[in-house]
Design a protein around this ligand. Structure first.
Ligand code: GLP
Length: 643
């Protein structure tokens, strides 16, 4: 049943604290369905999805099978889609995905499993798809269909433009979808262009449909699908009107829903400091007036009359939020020594501070907070940059090839002496051969991954050198979960946490800068955040922890909204240039960060624009006009541990 605060939602939506809580509920529902149908002597027909989103559900189903006797003997499954052109053995095929994550770990008979084939010759695809539809019908129709959602709003591979009554068919993939898959396939060029997918119509015929979404990257598309009138440009929105469809999402994925973003529009409020700030900044933005120029009439006309009555008049509200916003700005991110710090984001003492910047992969640190790192360092803080993973999965072959060619040629050209058993040049030649005849199935060998790690290490060294950070202040953790995994198949464990605990204990920082709290917990930055959480939990009783301030940077290509910024660090034009210069060093990361609106921008252009825009937002609400700003949100230790 929907409540007042869900009045904007056209699809019943449940918001969960985190993805594992949501996945538990979905898995329990599936288990209950299987059991009750078993009792009635019926088979259960499940519609299954791939991607990172359903992974926690599959994990829980496997647990239920192993520990609570859930049997899949009478379950029939149909997967949504498959890339066209991939053999079932290809590591990125959805066949592999499903067998590795679920089918091989439960007792489902293989002839009850259906995943569209990626190897049907083009001429036979049409007929094949017809048969797929017929088989679903023959099995009795889908009882329970689970879905993820792509950033184009696709379900299965039904890209924008798919019609409500579309059936299983061959489709071509949207360029954003292909860019999102680029990391899985180690390069966009390797991502198939076509796929076979169940249609929107096929999905709508299922008795129950549950769409899941985790992480802030999905927030906008979830909001549109749930709240906007359905249209074919957003296939997930076509689920509206299905008699039994539900969205199960985590808090970051819910952040753009009206009840979260503008809660005063959906019902009575319990006004708090944070919600007042949010409302006033939103108002200033909506009516395009600086805070101090907002009038009672602006509040009344934009649905904030209640705030005015309870906490107004406008003049008081304006001053209050103006001051709060003003106090977030500081040129001293490590605290200003000898200054009154009563309204500064950071403490004056101790000074200088030990600062630890945690970067999920090389580049995140510089792109998100290069200017701040430069300031901290310049102002005397003891800054350590720690790179949690090597990032080697995101280095294109072409880059590794360039370096190996250089090594192999150097030997010939410079006539290096060949006394060692294997010269560097010989090793390079062997690795080059490997790159030229890749075994796609197996992925890169350990040696190639090492070469790629070195590429990123050296980029990190060059970039931090530009910012004048001493080289002995760089730590490369190369966490094992990453070295032993691949995208969507990372298995972090105690070993990773232990490495992080050691680092924290060695440095005993006064400030930690980190990211990932809003990411899908299956992504590299999401995993790194979870590891930090676990490490902090273990360290919660250490003495030094009570002096720790935790600052979060939002992530590459993203910035905190004004109302959530606790510290805004202005950058001078020269500082912004320096940061952009430093970002240039990350050559292996060209075009690696897929953002819909910035498809043709390089990462340094994105970061430059983002920091200028943040300064622009401060200016627009009536603060001083700066060239650029990097922003941070503060977290309490207890808040992090509970996230
Ligand atoms: C792919 C799949 C979809 C999935 C989407 C989102 O394109 N075909 O079924 O929902 O990606 O993936 P993820 O869950 O990894 O975000």
């Amino acid at each position: 049943m929907s409540t007042e605060n869900q009045q904007f939602e056209r699809i019943p939506t449940r918001i969960f604290h985190n993805s594992s809580d949501a996945a538990q509920v979905v898995a329990q529902e599936i288990a209950a369905l299987i059991r009750s149908r078993n009792e009635a002597g019926k088979k259960t027909v499940l519609g299954l999805a791939t991607g990172s989103t359903p992974l926690p559900v599959y994990k829980e189903l496997v647990r239920l099978h192993r520990e609570e006797n859930l049997s899949f003997r009478d379950v029939i499954t149909f997967n949504l889609d498959e890339y066209h052109g991939l053999t079932p053995e290809h590591p990125e095929s959805y066949h592999q995905f499903m067998w590795q994550r679920l089918f091989s770990m439960v007792d489902i008979p293989s002839d009850q499993v259906h995943v569209p084939s990626g190897t049907i010759p083009r001429a036979e695809v049409y007929e094949y798809c017809d048969r797929y539809e017929a088989e679903i019908e023959k099995a009795g129709g889908l009882d329970y269909q689970i879905l993820g959602i792509g950033r184009t709003g696709h379900i299965g591979f039904n890209e924008p433009g798919s019609t409500r009554d579309s059936k299983t068919r061959l489709v071509s993939l949207d360029s954003l979808t292909r860019r999102d898959a680029a990391r899985d396939f180690l390069g966009e060029a390797n991502v198939p262009r076509y796929a076979i997918t169940m249609g929107v119509g096929t999905i709508l015929k299922a008795t129950q449909v549950v769409l899941m979404a985790w992480g802030e990257a999905k927030a906008d598309v979830v909001q549109q699908a749930a709240e906007e009138p359905p249209n074919e440009n957003l296939p997930a929105g076509l689920l509206q009107g299905h008699p039994d469809v539900r969205f199960f999402i985590d808090e970051p994925a819910a952040s753009a829903l009206t009840r979260i973003k503008n809660p005063w529009l959906v019902g009575a409020m319990d006004w708090t400091d944070a919600s007042i700030r949010k409302a006033v900044l939103w108002l200033s933005n909506s009516v395009e007036k600086p805070i101090l120029k907002l009038q009672d009439s602006d509040y009344n006309e934009c649905g904030l009359g209640e705030l005015l009555t309870e906490v107004g008049p406008a003049y008081d509200l304006n001053i209050r939020v103006f001051n709060q916003t003003q106090h977030t700005i500081t040129g001293w991110p490590g605290g200003k020594p000898e200054a009154d710090d009563s309204s500064r984001p950071e403490r004056a003492k101790p000074f200088p501070k030990r600062v630890l910047v945690l970067s999920p992969e090389p580049a995140d640190d510089i792109l998100c907070m290069g200017g701040t790192i430069h300031r901290l360092n310049n102002q005397g803080s003891d800054v350590t940059l720690a790179y949690l993973t090597s990032g080697n999965l995101a280095v294109p072959d072409s880059m590794a090839q360039q370096i190996l060619s250089l090594m192999s040629e150097m030997e010939k050209e410079l006539d290096l002496k060949k006394s060692e058993e294997f010269s560097l040049g010989q090793i390079a030649t062997v690795l080059l051969q490997e790159l030229q005849t890749p075994e796609v199935e197996a992925g890169d060998s350990k040696s190639i991954r090492q070469v790629k790690s070195l590429v990123r290490r050296n980029e990190a060294r060059d970039a931090s050198h530009n910012l004048k950070v001493e080289q002995n202040k760089l730590h490369f953790l190369d966490l094992p979960f990453y070295e032993n995994g691949r995208y969507r198949a990372f298995h972090p464990d105690e070993k990773d946490i232990a490495q992080l605990v050691d680092l924290l204990r060695n440095i005993k920082p006064h400030q930690i800068f980190f990211t990932g709290s809003l990411s899908d917990p299956g992504t590299v930055s999401g995993i790194n955040f979870q590891l930090l959480r676990s490490a902090l939990k273990l360290l919660a009783n250490d003495d030094w922890i009570s002096n720790l301030f935790l600052w979060s940077y939002r992530g590459v290509g993203q910035e905190w909204p004004l109302s959530e910024i606790d510290m805004a660090v202005p950058l001078s034009p020269d500082e912004l240039n320096l940061k952009v210069e430093a970002s240039f060093q990350y050559r292996s990361q060209r075009r690696q960060f897929p953002l819909r609106d910035s498809a043709h921008q390089e990462i340094w252009q994105q970061t430059d624009e983002l920091n200028r825009n943040t300064a622009g937002s401060y200016d627009a609400v009536g603060m001083a006009e700066y060239e650029a700003i990097e922003a941070f949100k503060q977290f309490d230790l207890s808040e992090i541990i509970e996230l």
